[in-house]
Design a protein around this ligand. Sequence first.
Ligand SMILES: *Cc1c(COP(=O)(O)O)cnc(C)c1O
Length: 386
Amino acid sequence: MTNLSNNNYQKVIRSALAYNSDNIFLYWKGRVALYAALKAAGITSGDEVIIPGLTCVVVPNAILYCGAIPVYADVRSDTLTMDVDSAKKLINAKTKAIIIQNTFGLSADVDTLVDLARSRHILVLEDCTHGFGGYFKGQANGTLADASFFSTQWNKPYSTGLGGILLVNRPECFPWLAAINSACIAPSKQELLGLWLSLQARRFLLHDASYWLLLRLFRWLSKVGLVTGSSSTQEIKSTVMPADFLKQHSPLQASTGMRALASLDEVMAMRERAALAYREVLANHNKWHVSPLHDANNAHLKFPVLINDRRAFFSAAEKAQVRLSDWFVSPIHPVENDLSLWHLDVDTIPIATALAQKLVTINTEVADVEKVCRFLSSNLGLIEPN
Ligand SMILES: *Cc1c(COP(=O)(O)O)cnc(C)c1O
């Protein structure tokens, strides 16, 4: 982390969001940033960490890698983010931290949850992997918690292919961070080559025609086992930390990040325009949507809808060439079957479990907003009512 281009990149991040902090640290992935923060805070075996029940498996994994236990709070059905009362009930003498999560760009009740954590003398971290560029009550996402982490993986707010950022707002809570950071190893030549190749491939994905072609190719390659997603099989099938997990950011990521940040404002404006248009269609037909009160100034990374028949909705979308994602189709995405390895009993989080059956997210980074609105209008029957 002494590399010159990484230093420049840190400066650019700092100014991008007025994160007026010297305490910005860069990693190979967002999950590594989370793990570094937990370890640096001294989270260890016997400790419990509260997380929302609609998250990515890498979050409970990072807790388990520390020897601690993830405990799941339910979410609010109107905002998809952590339910304050549910979290409150889980706090006990073993609780060491709460991880509040920004979901699809939507903030949790950050101020209330931060107050709750402070009043119980436990740490509060914000998972801002979906929230870079957004605001909560006028404050840049990630600035209210004790520390926050961001992801710059390729479908997050802006991309360096893979990447993670840790923003530490209260350094005194993370006494072992310097030691953890110096234990980080550099990515291998092979990993850097793989990243470089996927960054090249991504340029093609930005074009609509090649997107649909490559989507089919990717599905076929996954089916025959030639490619895997951004999580290794080990991360989805077990809770054992992969070898060489604690890894640095590379100059390749930093230079990609500098370019990506330059167009962030433009992309944010595009996302907001799309999200507001989709919401208007749904609101006009009394279909479920997050209220304007809760999604003001958010990052609009994806636009969530609730769907009865997901298969029908996906096939209609493919016909109309509308891009959707299947994020959080499980309370700990993308694990679908046995959740007990991650200490989750779905009966304890009924709302998150029910939402995971119905969630679909619509891309907001689209030029042809009208096309998506027409698609929504002609498939209203598949969308849940308000
Ligand atoms: C993507 C994601 C992460 C992890 O980010 P990586 O950079 O892929 O490690 C963590 N939490 C949530 C909610 C995510 O969606």
